[in-house]
Design a protein around this ligand. Structure first.
Ligand SMILES: [Zn+2]
Length: 258
């Protein structure tokens, strides 16, 4: 049974968390969900790479459109939030981000980070929950965290100029740019809130970067959806950490056409 229901054009309307994938992580109000495909229906074992298509593409679209997804939990011996038997509707969740990585099996899997919608109750734990990621108030908190002093410093180095397209957006309250973390903050990526892990980008390039449509090569040339090659604007005060750029390329740049 496919765990994701929905369409590539409409987004996902629901997912079922039922222990079908060894890489799923359920923390109750936060779920790191594995996409579908590439597993042996008899054993559940991953035998091929997953691709960003069908249900996986639908769930990625839900993220872009900000559409809530219904979460249903089914039996899962590993999850303290699974119902003792049968299936339980657990309310609405939002997809905050998606990426691809090698799963425990060694094959590529799609990963979706979901957060409980604030009015959705926390699911009951049937037994003691393992230590999960640091609890967070909500996804909005992350947006606020991004406007830190470090963020502002990096933006000032560039005069709020986008490092990809060199555009400065001028608003009534002054220039506008966004600090984009290369390796995302917080679990499971645990990127540092440090200048070496930040880019100054316009909102368009921030979105493209967050979804891996822009990656930065080791020589700091930037590759936009696999084609357009430019050079990242770099201020002499700004040292980027190659490891963070590599992490971003690996996790977020995989599904792009080359
Ligand atoms: Zn830009």
């Amino acid at each position: 049974m496919a765990g994701i229901s929905g369409g590539e054009k409409e987004g996902a309307d629901s997912i079922v968390i039922s222990g079908g994938y060894e890489d799923d992580e359920d923390y109750g109000d936060e779920v790191i969900y594995t996409g579908h495909g590439g597993n042996d229906p008899r054993t559940g074992k991953q035998i091929a790479d997953q691709e960003l298509k069908e249900g996986n593409l639908a769930l990625a679209l839900s993220r872009n459109e900000g559409l809530p997804v219904r979460v249903v939990r089914g039996p899962d011996p590993r999850s303290p939030y699974a119902p003792a038997k049968g299936y339980r509707y657990d309310g609405l969740y939002f997809v905050e981000s998606y990426w691809q990585e090698k799963g425990r099996s060694g094959f590529n899997v799609c990963r979706f980070h979901l957060f409980r919608e604030p009015t959705t109750p926390v699911p009951p734990a049937t037994r003691e929950a393992p230590g999960g990621p640091e609890p967070r108030e909500s996804v909005e908190v992350q947006r606020i965290v991004r406007t830190t002093a470090i963020c502002r410093r990096v933006k000032e180095w560039y005069g709020y100029r986008c490092q990809v397209c060199r555009v400065v957006l001028t608003t009534a309250v002054g220039p506008y740019a966004e600090g984009a973390h290369i390796r995302p903050l917080g679990s499971p990526h645990d990127g540092p809130d440090h200048e070496s892990n930040l880019l100054c980008l316009c909102p368009n390039h921030h979105v493209l970067f967050d979804q891996g449509a822009i990656v930065v090569e080791e020589d700091l040339s930037d590759r936009v959806t696999g084609a357009q090659v430019g050079k990242l604007l770099i201020d002499p005060r700004h040292t980027l950490h190659a490891e963070h750029l590599g992490y971003h390329r690996e996790r977020f740049g995989r599904s792009q056409p080359s």
